[in-house]
Ligand binder design. Structure first.
Ligand code: HEC
Length: 251
């Protein structure tokens, strides 16, 4: 009697673990499967994430694929094979495991595992940087020097604005250089005042935002005009993006 109770409790303790292991089937092109790509990646990934993946060479049976993708195909670009883009592409609707796998492949251990993989003694994958994305030229007509001044005045108390002065920022605010490397940095910076935590503390002249949160704040409110925002955005455009794609290196 007592023993059964014990088994029962043990079973309950392990139940949540079983729940975490969300299985997904991954399409991998046959030559890579034959070379053991799944056996190279999946155990390492499972060790980290507890998500169990299985491989298939049948695309119609897969939740998502790790495979060559067209430049305009939607998916997560994780590597190249020569000039070919390789990425994770959903084959079924909303595969959650794909997002977790993508995050791992972009982390240092995941990237290293991928780049370590060899086909006939030669590394198969290279980092995704080699395919140059289409560069969209946007003419930003603001004043860089003024934008820098405004950023140092208003933003530097939370964000690292200038790499040579990395102190004084608060922990959960991303640095300007890091944000500059987002592919959507331009819309992000052009509308930052609408995103929290700024809404409570930044007022833009000429924008009557009914949602502006006017609760009292404990630091001085920042008043900016749209011209100021343009200057800040133009200044940010001159920042060197932080290279989030490269392997770790000492700086
Ligand atoms: C009181 C601290 C504070 C100040 C001052 C501040 N920020 Fe932020 N900002 C943050 C935090 C915290 C985040 C991260 C929010 C998050 O991750 O949800 C952030 C995020 C951002 C983002 C990313 C927004 C997004 O949609 O992801 C941009 C762009 C940004 N800030 C620009 C600025 C600029 C430009 C200024 C100066 C005019 C400024 N911030 C002033 C705290 C601040």
């Amino acid at each position: 009697m007592c023993r059964w109770l014990r088994y029962w409790i043990v079973a309950w303790l392990f139940l949540p673990l079983a729940g975490i292991a969300a299985d997904a089937r991954v399409f991998i092109p046959e030559p890579w499967l034959d070379a053991g790509l799944d056996q190279h990646l999946f155990p390492r990934f499972m060790f980290k994430s507890r998500v169990r993946l299985s491989a298939t060479s049948d695309e119609t049976k897969a939740d998502f694929g790790l495979r060559p993708m067209a430049p305009d195909e939607s998916g997560v670009h994780v590597a190249n094979v020569d000039e070919l883009m390789v990425g994770l592409v959903a084959e079924q609707a909303s595969p959650k495991a794909m997002a977790v796998f993508a995050e791992w492949l972009k982390s240092d251990p995941g990237r290293a595992a991928l780049l370590d993989f060899q086909l006939a003694g030669v590394p198969l994958f290279t980092t995704p940087k080699r395919v140059q994305p289409v560069v969209v030229e946007v003419a930003l007509t603001g004043d860089v020097a003024r934008g820098k001044q405004l950023s140092e005045l208003h933003c530097a108390r939370c964000h690292v604005v200038d790499r040579s002065k990395p102190f004084g920022a608060i922990g959960n605010s991303p640095s300007f250089h890091a944000m500059r490397s987002f592919t959507d940095w331009l819309p992000t910076f052009s509308t930052f005042y609408g995103a929290n935590p700024h809404r409570a503390l930044i007022a833009i002249e000429s924008i009557q935002d009914p949602h502006t949160d006017l609760r009292p704040v404990h630091i001085a409110r920042i008043h900016l005009t749209l011209d100021d925002v343009l200057d800040i955005v133009t200044f940010v455009s001159t920042l060197e993006p932080l290279d989030l794609g490269a392997p770790v290196q000492a700086r």
